[in-house]
Write a protein that binds this ligand. Sequence first.
Ligand SMILES: [Zn+2]
Length: 203
Amino acid sequence: MTQTQQIVEELYDFYTKTAVNIITYYDANEREEKLKELRDIVENNCSQLKKLQSAESIQRRILDLYEDDDTEHNIASIIEEYNRAISEISTNVSKDKKLIEFDKHVEILLDKAPCEDDDEDVELQLSGGYLNVIDPISKKRIVDPVKNTKCGHTYDRESITGMLKINNKTRCPVMGCKSTDFVTLSQLRSDIVMKAYLEKNPE
Ligand SMILES: [Zn+2]
């Protein structure tokens, strides 16, 4: 994980933690308002991030054009490319993965069953509208949930670290997982939503 990705993950973790706190400590009336305020912040953040990513890709494309800098008509093509790229900067984040994920987290925390038409790209461990709290490795109820940020699957910390100790070339143990990368400790993050869910739904 790059440093930027790490910062982004931490930021969204912070938003999720804030949502957990709002749901835990505010009464029903205030809760809705506070959650809306938080969602506006998340949405704004998604849009800023998208602009930043677009700006980075514009920079890369323009640098690529400069590389084969052999004719003077190149300047025209650079300007053309620049204008085209700028026009592509869109701030519509309604389909933003992180925003959809945030909405889903809030739904789970509020005990609302997720909608059927949700974006399938957002991989959350859901079964029958509830979080699947069974660890895919030990097949026991998860105690300390950690999420694999590569594929979105969650395991029990003890099980996955135990597995990696035995073999550090281990792929995600969830059946049908699309990720073919080896699991590393650095890509595991505490799963805040499942943690809150486990606390709310004791055995
Ligand atoms: Zn996986």
